[in-house]
Design a binder for this molecule. Structure first.
Ligand SMILES: Cc1cc2nc3c(=O)[nH]c(=O)nc-3n(C[C@H](O)[C@H](O)[C@H](O)COP(=O)(O)OP(=O)(O)OC[C@H]3O[C@@H](n4cnc5c(N)ncnc54)[C@H](O)[C@@H]3O)c2cc1C
Ligand code: FES
Length: 547
């Protein structure tokens, strides 16, 4: 068989989406000897298509095959570098790693090739991100020399480039032996990375904190820099005397995680243990409970309108829940949980004395308060009745007249009326069946208030149709109206994009820019559609659950 024919045969029968076909092609390719450059290139071109599929198939064997392909291509030698380089530029960030690993197997030659090109891509953000990432894949000691180039590239007006630069520095620090870093490089690295801790972007600060933490753990810091970093991490975590922590949870988490690695003699940390123990549990109405949780750090900072993300058990989903009160002195926070699906049911099955796996917060911005003094209306439905209480209290403390309106299906579903009554000057109840208060909806009570007095501010928290109806009612009267958007959330820190909402024609992240937004600008249709995105999976999870 002609040399080109033997490769052609392999390529012809290759289906890069089938694990079986890829295995056969790989074995056949491995068996070939004395491959020409053209043959290597043809095989590389075909086999590497697997890299593009591997992250998007549910197959468990494909990732393993991708590693074998990456090794094989790596063994083809430096002749493949220009091709791999071009693929890295074309690829998405995940796939670029697969091509990058093959390239990195060429050691110093591969490293110098990328470094020689870096400047040419300074203005091409996507390409630069991929190249910087690939530099972090080299395992040779010489890779430490790439760090100054990475840090220079990280001085960029696109924060994603900067974040990737710092991420890559962290990876190299972790991967390489301490001897790969000269004294001079260690000092320069520290100074350069430390400056990024004051960057306005949370992701940049997070990656900077992580890279510095890894330097600390690797023993790369001078005593002086270790002290400096220790004080800074204490401040970021809110554990110094000023208690002004970094507002991004992801940054605080990095600082917290690395604090135990500082030299023991320099540790003077005031310990706050956050056990997330359930201190009390009280039934409010069928399927809805009030919990008090031990969380002193959160209790110290939480404000009305902010929320927590709670994972009840290690294997549970993490769900967002508003805070309806707190005790700063005793270090506890209160939540109301209505069981609507798997995780809320799991939470409501927990008892006093149980511990939540983790509780993250405070998340989101506090509710916006009125800027002048007058009559304010807070409207709650479902768990929202609890969530409006802290803001109602704040508004009253500012000198406003606060009217609370609560809506429920019937008298049995009403919750937290005594607490709301304490926070407001007046509370109006509406029930759909008329079993308590006014028969009808919260908008009926709101209309009564609007007919009788001038209202300067409305806050509504509850089901989407209720928030929409309230916003429609106040729109023509131009009353400042805020609603708390209960979009589906995953990380709750603005990183994943799950909670995308449209407000005033712009995309916002409910967890980070909100959860409260101007009700007159919210695209409620889009919110409703996105809330139903996982309806089938949610039903299946609920049907298959064991509490
Ligand atoms: C900022 C915010 C504050 C909230 N505060 C409270 C509260 O104080 N008390 C309370 O009982 N509920 C609150 N929720 C809603 C609560 O997060 C959801 O009911 C919960 O996530 C549902 O999870 P599940 O597994 O029990 O039900 P699932 O079966 O997963 O979902 C049931 C319903 O909840 C919605 N939902 C599912 N996952 C999420 C998610 N990760 N984030 C938001 N909504 C989701 C879905 O649209 C679905 O309609 C809040 C939501 C947000 C965004
Ligand atoms: S929940 Fe991930 S960005 Fe808001």
């Amino acid at each position: 068989m002609e040399t080109n024919d033997r490769v052609y045969t392999i390529i012809q029968s290759l289906d890069t989406r089938s694990a079986e076909s890829v295995t056969q092609a790989l074995n056949a390719a491995k068996a070939l000897r004395d491959l020409t450059t053209d043959e290597k290139l043809s095989l590389t071109r075909s086999l590497s298509e697997v890299f593009f599929h591997v992250h998007h198939t549910g197959s468990t064997s494909m990732p393993k095959l991708a590693v074998l392909i990456e090794k094989l291509i790596g063994k083809f030698g430096p002749e493949m570098i220009p091709f791999l380089f071009q693929e890295i530029l074309k690829a998405d960030t995940e796939t670029a790693v697969d091509f990058g690993k093959s390239l990195a197997r060429n050691g110093v030659v591969g490293l110098e090739f990328i470094l020689s090109k870096l400047d040419d891509y300074r203005e091409r953000d996507h390409d630069l991100i991929n190249l910087i990432q690939v530099l972090s894949l080299f395992k040779i000691p010489e890779a430490a020399k790439a760090i100054p180039a990475i840090l220079a590239a990280a001085q960029h007006n696109n924060h994603q480039v900067t974040a990737m630069g710092l991420y890559s520095v962290g990876r190299l620090v972790q991967k390489l032996r301490p001897t790969a870093f000269s004294e001079e490089l260690r000092l320069k690295m520290f100074d350069a990375v430390f400056r990024f801790l004051s960057n306005p972007q949370g992701l940049v600060r997070k990656n900077a904190a992580r890279a510095l933490g890894k330097m600390l753990r690797k023993g790369l810091l001078s005593k002086e820099n270790e002290q400096k970093l220790y004080k800074t991490f204490l401040a970021i975590a809110g554990r110094d005397e000023h208690h002004n922590w970094d507002r991004a949870f992801i940054v605080r988490r990095e600082a917290e995680d690395f604090l135990p690695y500082f030299c023991q003699s320099s540790l003077h940390i005031r310990q706050y243990s956050q056990s997330y123990k359930i201190l009390s549990k009280r039934l409010l109405c069928p399927n809805t409970y009030h919990f008090t949780i031990d969380a002193p750090l959160i209790a110290k900072k939480i404000e009305g309108g902010q929320f927590l993300i709670i994972r009840p058990h290690i294997l549970s989903e993490r769900i967002p829940l508003s805070v309806c009160g707190w005790d700063r002195k005793n270090g506890s926070v209160n939540i109301v949980v209505s069981a609507v699906g798997k995780t809320t049911t799991q939470i409501n099955a927990m008892e006093k004395g149980d511990f939540f796996e983790d509780v993250v917060g405070p998340l989101g911005e506090r509710s916006i308060l009125p800027t002048s003094i007058g009559t304010c209306v807070v409207i709650g439905g479902g768990y929202g009745t609890g969530a409006i209480i802290p803001t109602a209290r704040d508004m009253k403390a500012l000198g406003n007249k606060v009217i609370g309106i609560v809506g429920a299906r019937n008298q049995e579903s009403l919750i937290m009326i005594p607490e709301l009554t304490q926070a407001c000057d007046e509370v109006m109840i509406t029930t759909n069946d008329g079993s308590s208060g006014l028969q009808g909806f919260v908008t009926d009570a709101l209309k009564l208030v609007l007919d009788r007095e001038k209202v300067i501010y409305v806050l509504a928290v509850g089901p989407v149709p209720m928030m929409k109806a309230v916003s429609e009612m106040t729109r023509s009267l131009k009353i400042n109206t805020y609603v708390s958007l209960n979009a589906i959330m995953v990380d709750g820190t603005g990183m994943c994009g799950a909670c995308r909402v449209t407000v005033g024609g712009e995309t916002k992240f409910a967890c980070f820019h909100g959860p409260d937004f101007d009700g007159h600008k919210v695209d409620f249709e889009n919110l409703t559609k996105r809330q139903k995105m996982f309806a089938r999976q949610e039903q299946m999870a609920f049907a298959n659950m064991n509490v």
